[in-house]
Design a protein around this ligand. Structure first.
Ligand SMILES: O=P(O)(O)O[C@@H]1C[C@H](O)[C@@H](CO)O1
Ligand SMILES: Nc1nc2[nH]cnc2c(=O)[nH]1
Length: 323
């Protein structure tokens, strides 16, 4: 049953966080270079906690065209992003821009129906700030999904790639959602990033996809995030192939880095919405229309897979620090 759509958020510390406030916060929050302080994130978390009875321990981030999972939740509380204090807003087609808190098969889940991308003009820390909000609300396991272009020639459009590792290309260039003063309340200055994508969750999922009849379309591979909004040139794709990338997208890595920094257990998958074009002699072009069309077409199977992963997560009952 749909419960309510919240309309009346407060700007809260937003003015303060963007430099419009007073006191010492003003000195520490000077603009897009500096991640929101703990108190600002807590204000967003407290806002949501005070307006839902549910206490989700599992978070989900829906990629381009993949937001229909949020429609499957029962007993939903819905918060458009522009009603949540300090939240950015979604500007991309296929990203509804709402936080949906509800239950799926009896498990409390909070689901971002749409995410934030660097190409929208957001710094990486802001793309990932909802993960910290989830953390302060009690979430300790995160399912991240995205639409991606297939680079691995064994892949087909519509395949689902379980992410086993990523290449943080922006990190190579000195940018990171963790750039700036480290707040030890989240995690250490230098977090490890091997096994970022939980091995047990990946193994269990791979064992169980047969029950869903998805064994022929589920793969594992390496994801790279580029800044976008351009799709790749042929030369760029050839480079990515050489360094072992299986799928390319424009998201996910900042969210996973921030989630791992604060001790969350992470599972992520890419829907291969298009095969990257690696021939020069062609009129074909990558397009967001194709991305959304494939996502819409594969909606049902993605929901089945997400339900399975959420079931595995809830049965495992992970808590931060368990590894
Ligand atoms: O939010 P995701 O990563 O799923 O969306 C991908 C990357 C771009 O936002 C868009 C390009 O078509 O799809
Ligand atoms: N960078 C990138 N992002 C995508 N998202 C969906 N498809 C693609 C793609 O081919 N390239």
């Amino acid at each position: 049953m749909e419960r309510k759509q919240h309309q009346n958020g407060r700007a809260g510390l937003r003015a303060l966080a963007s430099g419009g406030g007073s006191m010492c916060l003003e000195q520490t929050v000077s603009g897009d270079d500096t991640p929101y302080p703990y108190e600002v994130i807590k204000e967003s978390a407290d806002f949501l906690l005070s307006r839902t009875k549910l206490r989700p321990k599992i978070g989900v981030i829906c990629g381009s065209g993949l937001g229909a999972l949020a429609e499957q939740l029962e007993d939903r509380d819905i918060f458009p992003y522009d009603t949540i204090p300090n939240f950015p807003v979604s500007t991309v087609a296929g990203h509804a821009g709402r936080m949906v808190i509800g239950t799926l098969d009896g498990v409390a889940v909070m689901c971002m129906q749409g995410r934030f991308h660097s190409y929208e003009g957001y710094p990486l820390w802001k793309c990932a700030m909802p993960v910290r909000v989830m953390k302060l609300m009690g979430v300790d396991q995160l399912l991240v999904t995205n639409a991606a272009g297939g680079i691995n020639r064994q892949f087909n459009i519509g395949d689902i790639m379980i992410i086993k590792d990523h290449i943080n290309m922006q990190g190579f260039a000195g940018d990171s959602p963790l750039r700036g003063r480290n707040d030890e309340r989240y995690g250490p200055r230098f977090p490890a990033m091997n096994n970022a994508y939980d091995r047990t969750l990946r193994q269990k999922t791979l064992e169980l996809v047969k029950e869903l009849g998805l064994q022929d379309v589920v793969r594992e591979g390496v994801y790279v995030m580029l800044g976008g909004p351009t799709y790749e040139t042929v030369a760029e794709l050839n480079l990515l192939r050489v360094v072992g990338v299986d799928a390319v997208g424009m998201s996910t890595v900042p969210e996973v880095v921030v989630a791992r920094h604060c001790g969350m257990r992470v599972f992520a998958f890419s829907l291969i919405t298009n095969m990257c074009i690696i021939e020069y002699e062609t009129e074909a072009k990558a397009s967001h229309t194709e991305v959304i069309e494939t996502a819409t077409m594969r909606q049902k199977d993605l929901q089945k897979l997400a339900r399975l992963i959420i079931k595995i997560m809830s049965e495992d009952g992970y808590e931060a620090g368990d590894e």
